[in-house]
Design a protein around this ligand. Structure first.
Ligand SMILES: C[S@@+](CC[C@H](N)C(=O)[O-])C[C@H]1O[C@@H](n2cnc3c(N)ncnc32)[C@H](O)[C@@H]1O
Length: 324
């Protein structure tokens, strides 16, 4: 018997079994320091390229078509995070509060950063919010409608920015650089649109982020693919707490990591299930089977009953990078 999975939008990249297994086609593997392109030379690589193209279409048109999946994840953090400052308020604390700032955000999503800090935005800032998903921009319109500062929304790909060089003081790229087809190219674009005194603020996760949830989900079945919807493998390999300094260091002189200390103490089952079902992979398919859903529900409620709360590691923070 199948369940209605909390009304989440249909999800299921062709990946299912292939998602976690496939490797980046070697013709697309580029080091950020030496951006050479090698042409595909056999049918296997051509097939990989087609799959990769499908994957990016899926990312834009399904996972990030609207805010449903992100909202399920954000709600878990909002409800059960122990650091009461809140991640987005803390990110704003880390922005340079300079007069007349021209700021660009890449992959802004539904605008959580602005929703949580709208009153703090100086009225002389010019803020350009961009995302490659029109659905995300539709969500953000209401958020900034009554803002004092000047906001502009633009649908574009972070790897091909329709701005002249050197026009921004700050570029924000929160939890999105790991999605880029070619992160080296993306970082070149960021540095191009920044002025010489410009600053990049880029948040991401570390390898241990939500570790206990991954362990729990994997303990329930050998066939589960949880998280790694990127056909190139785990997204953290591209831009994470562990390797982000090296990635940004190819283009920026100074790079500093700022840790956001936090953990989740989850005391309710349903918000965690909603989180799990919002994550890319094949979880929706697996837990659509009643027996599997019951196993998941029981495993979480047993843990909460045993320990008083399900404790989940968080590993997140941001890099601040500049040329000077
Ligand atoms: C994990 S969400 C983060 C949203 C927001 N920055 C935040 O931290 O709440 C990733 C966002 O990046 C966007 N995105 C992914 N790849 C992109 C690209 N190549 N160009 C522009 N936006 C992209 C997605 O549509 C999505 O809104």
């Amino acid at each position: 018997m199948c369940r209605d999975l909390h009304g989440l939008e249909p999800f299921g990249y062709l990946g299912e079994q292939e998602v976690g297994r496939a490797q980046a086609p070697s013709c697309l593997k580029r080091r950020t320091s030496q951006l050479e392109v090698v042409r595909p030379h056999n049918m296997e690589e051509v097939a990989s390229l087609v799959k990769e193209k499908d994957f990016f279409r899926h990312l834009k048109e399904q996972q990030y078509a609207g805010a449903t999946n992100l909202d399920a994840r954000a709600q878990l953090h909002e409800q059960f995070s122990q650091n009461r400052r809140g991640f987005h308020a803390w990110i704003f604390d880390n922005l340079l509060q300079r007069a007349g700032t021209r700021l660009l955000e890449l992959g802004c999503g539904p605008g959580y950063l602005w929703r949580d800090n709208l009153r703090r935005v100086p009225s002389d800032w010019e803020v350009t919010l961009t995302d490659f998903s029109p659905g995300m921009l539709a969500e953000i319109r209401g958020v900034v409608a009554n803002a004092g500062a000047q906001f502009e929304l633009l649908n574009c790909d972070a790897q091909s920015l329709p701005f002249p060089s050197g026009v921004f003081h700050t570029v924000i790229a929160n939890h999105m650089l790991y999605h880029l087809r070619d992160i080296g190219e993306g970082i070149e674009e960021i540095s191009r649109v920044l002025g010489p005194q410009g600053v990049v603020v880029a948040s991401t996760n570390g390898a241990d982020h939500m570790l206990e949830v991954r362990e729990l989900v994997h303990s329930l079945s050998d066939d589960i693919i949880f998280g790694s919807a990127d056909i190139r493998g785990s997204i953290t390999q591209f831009f994470s707490r562990e390797n982000g300094a090296e990635v940004l260091g190819h283009r920026f002189m100074r790079v500093h990591w700022h840790d956001f200390e936090d953990a989740l103490l989850v005391t309710e089952v349903d918000p965690l299930i909603r989180y799990i079902l919002s994550v890319p992979g094949n979880v929706r398919k697996v837990f659509a089977v009643e027996e599997m859903y019951s196993k998941l529900h029981r495993a979480i409620s047993d843990r909460i009953e045993r320990d008083g709360a399900f404790r989940i590691t968080k590993s997140a923070g941001l890099f601040i990078a500049s040329m000077t």
